[in-house]
Write a protein that binds this ligand. Structure first.
Ligand SMILES: Nc1ncnc2c1ncn2[C@@H]1O[C@H](COP(=O)(O)OP(=O)(O)OP(=O)(O)O)[C@@H](O)[C@H]1O
Length: 270
């Protein structure tokens, strides 16, 4: 489904500030896989999503989606088959537009024809059905401005908008990090439902090691531009947070360092 082949991404190459965000990174992901990504500070997690989405191009290596080499395809051309949701709840939606106008834009994204923002009855019905499934009471508020909604409601909208055009791949960049635990739980349930029902191949960056192991089907642990651990199946089912951290230390000969990850682990333990 998705193949990342020997990817290097270097910022400020040949300057004193040279940064290797990704180093010779290879990874093959099958359809229906839901990959959670955790890593140390500056490990390259967001850069990895940017390489998949086409927001960044690799300095070396290939990105292949369903046997098509998309390495040099820009983000707007990939929007047809890739949806993305960000950490910032205001980033995925336009506050000054109504719910249905936001959906119309999301639906038109990546399509060469039908770039009109007019909303057909068919689309309106589809939006209502999707919103009703979420259970946030938004299905009867299609003409409300998105700026009036709560962070959780906006993030639910961002998720539905990212998937309304039937993408193949869904990228989630800490999309629950700015929400309170209860709302984050609801958004994760919705995420799971959408991934399962729409048969999406998904990637989710999280700073919560528990979520990384509990959600999805496979976990990548990253450090310094590389995948240190790639866990799935029975091994993953049995894996505890402590074991994950131990395995990291064994491999890298250092302690795992991500302030936000360690903070969220400590908060849960106390
Ligand atoms: N646009 C950019 N310009 C210059 N350097 C960048 C850029 N984006 C990322 N980097 C650098 O590349 C490295 C990887 O960054 P990235 O944001 O991918 O890491 P991350 O794992 O998502 O980090 P964090 O968990 O701390 O958010 C870091 O050293 C970062 O400073």
């Amino acid at each position: 489904m998705l193949q990342l082949d020997h990817i290097d991404k270097v910022f400020f190459r040949n300057t004193p500030d040279e940064r290797w965000a990704l180093r010779n990174l290879s990874c093959t992901v099958q359809p229906d896989e839901f990959v959670t990504i955790v890593g140390s500070n500056g490990a390259g997690k967001t850069t990895l999503l940017n390489i998949i989405s086409g927001n960044h191009f690799p300095d070396r290596g290939k990105v292949v989606v369903e046997s098509q080499d998309v390495t040099s395809l820009p983000a707007f051309r990939r929007a047809r088959f890739i949806g993305r949701v960000f950490q910032n709840t205001t980033q995925g939606t336009a506050a000054s537009l109504t719910i249905e106008e936001n959906f119309a834009i999301a639906y038109a994204k990546g399509r060469t024809r039908g770039l009109r923002l007019a909303i057909s009855e068919h689309l309106r019905k589809k939006i209502r059905e999707k919103l009703a499934e979420v259970g946030l009471g938004l299905e009867n508020r299609l003409r409300d401005r998105v700026g009036l909604l709560s962070g959780g409601q906006r993030q639910a909208l961002a998720l539905l908008m990212a998937t309304i055009g039937n993408p193949k791949i869904l990228l989630l960049d800490e999309h629950t990090a700015n929400l309170d635990p209860k709302t984050a739980g609801k958004i994760m349930n919705l995420t799971n439902l959408l991934i399962r029902d729409d048969h999406l191949t998904a990637f989710m960056i999280t700073h919560d090691l528990g979520d990384a192991l509990n959600f999805g089907t496979r976990t990548l642990l990253m450090d310094d531009g590389e995948i240190v651990l790639d866990i799935s199946g029975e091994e993953r089912k049995k894996m505890t947070i402590e074991e994950l951290l131990e395995r990291f230390s064994e491999r890298r000969r250092k302690k795992f360092a991500n302030d936000r990850v360690l903070l969220s682990t400590e908060t849960k333990e106390s």
